[in-house]
Design a binder for this molecule. Structure first.
Ligand SMILES: NC(=O)c1ccc[n+]([C@@H]2O[C@H](COP(=O)([O-])OP(=O)(O)OC[C@H]3O[C@@H](n4cnc5c(N)ncnc54)[C@H](O)[C@@H]3O)[C@@H](O)[C@H]2O)c1
Ligand SMILES: [Zn+2]
Ligand SMILES: [Zn+2]
Length: 391
């Protein structure tokens, strides 16, 4: 089959690889009908996430048609079913899965020993990601083996298009969880850094969850326009002071809730000198991540407020203002998304017409164009916000 394969920094190719096979009775194989490129894939593309190996198949936002079912998954799944696959692989049976903490399933990471050493305790297996999360082949491919398919699959009705449901596997529940983790109250201003696909989903989620107002921050005009269309007040951080504008909008109190939908690769800019220092340290491997957004959120957040972090961080950050966070009494919530904790509710919202996540798609192309589209998405060329690939 054809698949997008990681060969090293900024080197993803569309290669011929062998077809996946059932390896465990709980597996299923799907023919991928749609998959997408995620902001997390860019961290791999830039080689900022450790423990990728040349030859790894990437991609973790995908859906398709079941073409083969392992003996233990029969009864739950059959050939021909149309399913979305969550990017977190989970067993459904361990203590964390019973608490619906699926992204920290204690049994799905097949490189547990390595992950235990690095993280202290292993987290769940993830598709198309580092070997610290199991090194599972990803779904930017014609076919995908889905481990624990009997419990993880999200069945979707034929009345909805691929584009409407594809993002149930990652960015929609990610934006939703980021907003839920804020415990939004009707008096809250929710400020969201980053108007990429995750930020866009967080904006709509915060509004659906009843925030008084949502403020979206980025520097890319078309992404800010999309945020505004979704109901947010916007701040272009290249034109305006983020802290000044947020203080104005909140009568000097600061937003009660802050969401970091940017992660470890915050833009480097002369007007934000800390980002220049982070970039320099990153290049000589003294720091792995650029935490400008975290610093800004902690500074501007209202006292006793909450900081929610869906943005991915990979390792060590410097100059983290712990004194401010502690004295202001801030609450921090973060993590890879517990996708299936939210998907029944989110599928219902889509079916009821309360939201159509396909609004975020700007590019739809074949799999061979994938390597080129990584660059277009990374460079924000051609007004690119979200790329869907059709294997
Ligand atoms: N927690 C999870 O389970 C999960 C799931 C999916 C994605 N993610 C992470 O979410 C993050 C966003 O993903 P995405 O797909 O939207 O990626 P993206 O790269 O398209 O979006 C990031 C956006 O942040 C903006 N940005 C950069 N610096 C900024 C700053 N200083 N202030 C405000 N905005 C700034 C960029 O212009 C860009 O629009 C990534 O870190 C990704 O890895 C996490
Ligand atoms: Zn993702
Ligand atoms: Zn589990």
């Amino acid at each position: 089959m054809r698949a997008l394969v990681w060969h090293g920094k900024e080197d993803i190719r569309c290669d011929r690889v062998s077809d996946p096979e059932i390896e465990d009775p709980r597996d299923a194989i799907i023919r991928v009908t749609s998959c997408a490129i995620c902001g997390s894939d860019l961290h791999l593309f830039h080689n900022f996430i450790p423990a990728m190996l040349p030859g790894d198949i990437v991609g973790h936002e995908m859906m398709g048609e079941v073409v083969e079912v392992g003996s233990a998954a029969k009864g739950k799944l059959k050939v021909g079913d149309r399913i979305v696959v969550p990017f977190t692989i989970f067993c459904g049976e361990c203590e964390q899965c019973k608490r619906q903490n699926f992204s920290v399933c204690e049994r799905s990471n097949r490189k547990k020993e390595l992950a235990d050493k690095v993280f202290g305790h292993a987290t769940a297996g993830l598709f198309g990601y580092t070997h610290l999360t199991g090194g599972y082949p990803g779904g930017q491919a014609e076919y995908l083996r889905v481990p624990f398919a009997d419990t993880t699959h999200i069945k979707v009705p034929d009345s909805l298009t691929d584009e409407q449901v594809l993002f149930l596997g990652d960015i929609f529940p990610t934006g939703w969880q980021a907003a839920v983790q804020c415990d939004i109250e009707p008096t809250d201003t929710v400020a969201i850094w980053g108007c990429g696909p995750v930020g866009q989903m967080a904006i709509r989620s915060a509004i659906l969850l009843g925030a008084k107002q949502v403020v979206a921050i980025d520097c890319i005009p078309e992404r800010l326009a999309m945020a505004e269309a979704g109901g947010a007040i916007t701040i272009n951080f290249k034109e305006d002071s983020v802290i000044g504008r947020l203080d104005d909008i909140t009568s000097g109190k600061g937003p009660e809730k802050c969401i970091d939908a940017v992660g470890m690769e915050a833009h480097v800019s002369i007007s934000q000198p800390d980002t220049l220092l982070d970039r320099a340290k990153q290049m000589v491997m003294l720091e792995s991540d650029r935490p400008h957004v975290l610093r800004e959120m902690i500074y501007v957040c209202r006292t006793a407020g909450a900081i929610s972090i869906p943005g991915v961080y990979g390792g060590l950050v410097d100059k983290f203002p712990m004194g401010l966070a502690m004295n202001k009494g801030l609450t921090f919530r973060m993590g890879q998304t517990h996708v299936n904790r939210w998907t029944d509710e989110l599928l219902r919202l889509i079916e009821e017409g309360k939201i159509d996540p396909s609004f975020v798609i700007t590019h739809t192309v074949g799999l061979e164009e994938g390597p080129e589209m990584y660059k277009v998405f990374r460079n924000k060329q051609d007004n690119c916000v979200k790329v869907v690939l059709k294997p």
